[in-house]
Design a protein around this ligand. Structure first.
Ligand SMILES: O=C(O)CCC(=O)C(=O)O
Ligand SMILES: [Fe+2]
Length: 480
């Protein structure tokens, strides 16, 4: 069996609820072949509402004045090394390739102990600190669930990974860290020079990554060296790209009209009406007024109404049945529409509140888990690029899950891992000696951050080159 063709390099979405008997196998395959997987987030420990809340907290944090954030800057507090705020210009994830640092800010939050954060947060966020801790806990729980499934698929004891990542009541430290990320919109970024996050792989066992609709940019490096986007919403191929906004309707209305005419959808007088709408849309920017007129005017032209969605900002949506009768559904952010709709005899319309879709959670394998499994599970190089037009602000949240500090990283005692290591000649740790999880992390931090000087700029290039993974051997091992 050959390697995975690029066209099939799709990151799978996996339902890990107990009702899916294939979950463990699917997860193992995805972790081995892609290193990235989406977890369908239904009924899991990380609640949709909590994710939105965490994004809200993150926005509030990054909006604070720099002097406030400086009070909790990395290295400035007793919580120690890796925790706190990293201002823009401090981190460069791929120093060998990058001329300038990543265009981002980050806030690293260490593990809470018994629900309490162990580091200072700005006074403005003191009230929400317990919610941050709860969010971290729910992320950790999801990681444990994933580890249980990986243990099952690798035929090791069910709690093999769990017991190495979870200290139960007795507190034992680990390198797990929750990171809020903010990539500001910048007008002057230089194409091909500036990057939001340089190419890197993550250090730990697994990472949970939360992104937001309309804020794409994450890419992974394929074994052949190409960069391919990781969709924010894999069920929406437009990648939640911001829709054409009012500011740039002009060009798009021309393109739209041409397309409509080519397909003979738009009649002569409709073209005129449509142009008037678009003109008005770009003038007064009143989405609701235009939407209301549009629906009234084109209520018997489903195709036009449905296509008009491409002009509407996020939160607005028309859903019109393809027939000349039936109910037109209109979604707006508040579930209301101000100017009245005048519907004919065969048509009616309902207005409802637009709900953002529940996105799956992206999970990726880190270097430690790759080493621990002798390379069977794959730590994939990724980066965050600017959208073509400089884009809007981008926020993301990452939960980096690490084993407990004192865990010895002996190869996972799985027949699959052993078989893979035998066939590839790997031994599970780079120098053949088992080290503790803490040593592993320290080695990576030392290699990538300047110790004891202010800016935590990463030094050498920790980037693992893809393409060395032995896809065929992997396939053979996993199919056996
Ligand atoms: O912001 C993102 O989407 C990715 C961030 C990331 O890869 C990291 O912080 O390790
Ligand atoms: Fe990363």
């Amino acid at each position: 069996m050959g390697s995975i063709p690029e066209s099939e390099n799709r990151i799978p979405i996996i339902d890990i609820r107990d009702s899916n008997p294939e979950a463990a196998q699917q997860l193992l395959r995805a972790a081995a072949n892609h290193g990235f997987v989406y977890i369908d987030n239904i009924g899991g420990p990380v609640k949709h509402q909590a994710i939105n809340d965490a994004f809200g907290i993150s926005k509030r944090f990054f909006a604070l004045p720099p002097e406030v954030k400086q009070t909790v800057a990395i290295g400035s507090n007793k919580a120690g090394g890796n925790y706190g705020w990293l201002s823009r210009g401090v981190e460069k994830l791929d120093p060998a390739m990058q001329k300038r640092p990543d265009v981002k800010e980050a806030f690293n939050i260490g593990e809470p102990v018994h629900g309490v954060l162990q580091q200072p947060v700005p006074a403005q966020l003191a009230a929400v600190a317990p919610r941050i801790a709860l969010f971290q806990q729910s992320c950790h729980e999801l990681c444990l669930k994933i580890f249980e499934l990986l243990a099952k698929a690798l035929s090791v004891q069910q709690d093999w990974f769990v017991s190495r990542h979870n200290s139960n009541d007795l507190y034992r430290p680990s390198g797990s860290v929750f990171r809020m990320l903010y990539y500001p919109q910048v007008e002057d970024h230089e194409e091909g020079v500036d990057i939001r996050a340089g190419a890197h792989s993550d250090f730990g066992s697994i990472t949970l990554l939360f992104q937001q609709q309309g804020q794409p940019g994450l890419e992974i490096k394929t074994p052949s060296g190409d960069w391919i986007p990781v969709l924010v919403d894999p069920r929406d191929p437009s990648n939640g790209a911001p829709r054409q906004t009012i500011a740039n309707t002009r060009n798009f209305s021309d393109i739209f009209i041409q397309a409509m005419e080519k397909a003979s959808y738009l009649r002569e007088h409709e073209r005129y009406d449509f142009l008037i709408f678009m003109h008005q849309y770009s003038q007064d920017k009143d989405t609701e007024a235009v939407l209301s007129k549009m629906v009234t005017m084109f209520q018997d032209r489903p195709i036009i109404l449905n296509k008009f969605n491409m002009f509407l900002p996020q939160g607005y949506q028309i859903e019109c049945p393809e027939t000349a009768t039936g109910v037109i559904e209109i979604f707006t952010p508040l579930g209301l529409i101000a100017p009245p709709l005048h519907m004919g005899r065969n048509r009616s319309a309902v207005v409802a509140r637009w709900e953002p879709p529940i996105l799956p959670i992206l999970v990726n394998v880190g270097d430690l888990l790759e080493d621990w499994t002798g390379g069977l599970l794959k730590s994939t190089v990724h980066r965050v690029i600017f959208p073509k037009d400089g884009g809007e602000d981008r926020y993301s949240l990452a939960y980096f899950c690490h084993p407990l500090d004192d865990v010895l990283l002996e190869p996972v005692p799985s027949a699959l891992v052993q078989k893979y290591m035998k066939q590839t000649g790997k031994n599970g740790s780079r120098d053949g000696r088992a080290m503790t999880a803490k040593d592993h992390l320290m080695a990576r931090l030392a290699a990538t951050y300047t110790i004891d000087s202010e800016p935590a700029e990463r030094r050498d290039s920790p980037v693992r080159e893809p393409g060395q993974v032995m896809e065929e051997v992997k396939e053979e091992v996993l199919s056996a």
